[in-house]
Design a binder for this molecule. Structure first.
Ligand code: ASP
Length: 440
């Protein structure tokens, strides 16, 4: 079959099952553009309630889900050798995809030079609050790299759960689960407890997904209404570079990656995770999308063993979309401020972006804040760049939606590749969407 036929079939299958979320997305864009020029407090209030309700419901299941998925994932992988193999492969695959992302971001920024000529946009008085927030964040993080890494280890795991600190929760859950796997049979009661927790949270996720279409509609409408269509013109080059970069990841890097490391048909995989991709776009949060990413992968052929191990870790650590954005944003700032970009500096930015992105939580906006890490590492004076940040913040939400879609897709791509390598994938199910279990 010709490639374009595959594309059409995958799109058709994706849309047939997800037309209501997709419709919510498109309607959200149209209503958002309208609301931008016709502010209506009542409608805005209503949209805020709907979107908050959706986000809150979905966030409600994240912590029990992350903990139970990691416990089940690690204990079911079982013996140390297999766990090590899974873990090493996961780091290698996530690494390859993220290195590709930063390389693409750097090359595109150097070709299109999005920051040149942007200087006169930077002085924006209205962005004062944002400037202060960013300045404070930068000041707090200055020289604090070691402190930052230390803060990933929780002093008290219950406090981490109460605060919802997802990185700390994962660190504890991973250590605890490895210990559980090692103690042997006495772990049975606890593991079956977490199996029940997992099953129940997935059920709640199913119910929440009935609300996905209005939720995605409200979220999209609100964010589009805040910037309107004009902003696209003023920083179109920056947005264009990002859009091209994300498209290359989606349509070139992942297909090549899957071809080289597995025999997973990429479009079938995209059709299988279409709901997760759209919810990632709507919520701009990998963590909030995680329940759905797991549901899509598991119900469509990727084993529970792989999904429950690879996806929760990916939702926090694997942020290739964020890394790509960070490289483009920092090079944009450097170009706007006329900083000389040596090859060594560009490599340093790319390496720091890999670290900074993986320390970003899977929540909206995290990626732009951790850019401070890159600037510190470059020895730049971050205060000097604050005005530039304000400029980038004007389109933050839309770029966040795009990069989160990429982050979530690559989690599933890596999970599928590992499942393929380890014989943990049901191809009859993955390649036969009419047999899929419905999620919504
Ligand atoms: N919002 C992104 C995510 O959840 C993280 C970021 O801000 O880049 O994946």
């Amino acid at each position: 079959m010709k490639l374009h036929m595959h594309v059409l079939i995958a799109l058709g299958l994706g849309l047939k099952r997800n037309w209501h979320i997709f419709f919510g997305l498109i309607a959200g864009v149209i209503v958002g553009i309208f609301l931008h020029s016709h502010q209506n407090p009542v409608i805005m209030g209503l949209l805020t309630i709907i979107s908050q309700l959706f986000i809150r419901l979905i966030q409600m299941v994240v912590i029990p889900l992350v903990i139970s998925a990691i416990v089940i994932g690690i204990t079911s992988v079982g013996d140390n050798k297999q766990l090590g193999k899974f873990g090493k492969k996961m780091i290698l695959y996530y690494g390859i995809i993220t290195v590709a992302a930063v390389t693409i971001g750097a090359v595109l920024s150097l070709i299109f030079q999005p920051g040149l000529g942007a200087a006169h946009y930077i002085a924006q008085g209205t962005a004062h609050d944002i400037q202060n927030t960013v300045a404070t964040t930068i000041a707090a993080q200055k020289g604090q790299l070691i402190q930052l890494f230390l803060s990933f280890v929780p002093r008290n795991p219950l406090e981490a759960i109460a605060k919802g600190d997802i990185v700390q929760i994962i660190v504890f859950a991973v250590i605890f689960s490895i210990a559980l796997a090692k103690v042997g049979d006495v772990n049975r009661s606890l593991v079956s407890f977490f199996e029940s927790v997992f099953a129940a949270t997935m059920k709640v996720t199913d119910w929440i997904m009935y609300f996905a279409a209005p939720g995605v509609f409200a979220l999209t409408a609100l964010s589009v209404s805040s910037f309107g269509a004009d902003i696209f013109f003023s920083i179109s080059k920056y947005l264009m570079v990002l859009a091209i970069g994300f498209a290359i990841q989606l349509f070139v890097v992942y297909p090549i990656f899957l071809k080289v490391f597995s025999k997973v048909p990429v479009l079938m995989l995209y059709a299988a995770i279409a709901e997760a991709m759209m919810v990632a776009f709507g919520t701009a949060s990998s963590s909030a999308t995680l329940p759905l990413t797991i549901a899509c992968c598991e119900k469509r052929g990727i084993s529970h063993k792989v999904s429950s191990f690879v996806l929760p870790l990916g939702a926090t650590l694997n942020m290739d979309g964020t890394a790509l954005l960070q490289v483009v944003a920092v090079l944009f700032l450097a170009q706007a401020y006329g900083i000389a970009l040596t090859p060594l500096l560009i490599i340093q930015i790319a390496l720091l972006a890999i670290v900074a992105s993986s320390t970003s939580a899977g929540i909206p906006g995290a990626g732009l804040i951790t850019i401070a890490l890159i600037l510190n590492g470059m020895g730049l004076s971050p205060e000097q760049l604050v005005a530039g940040f304000a400029f980038l913040f004007t389109v933050e939400r839309i770029t966040d939606m795009m990069r989160t879609l990429i982050n979530v897709t690559s989690d599933a791509v890596v999970a599928a590749a590992i499942a393929d390598n380890e014989n943990e994938i049901n191809y009859d199910l993955l390649t036969n969407p009419s047999a899929y279990n419905e999620i919504i």
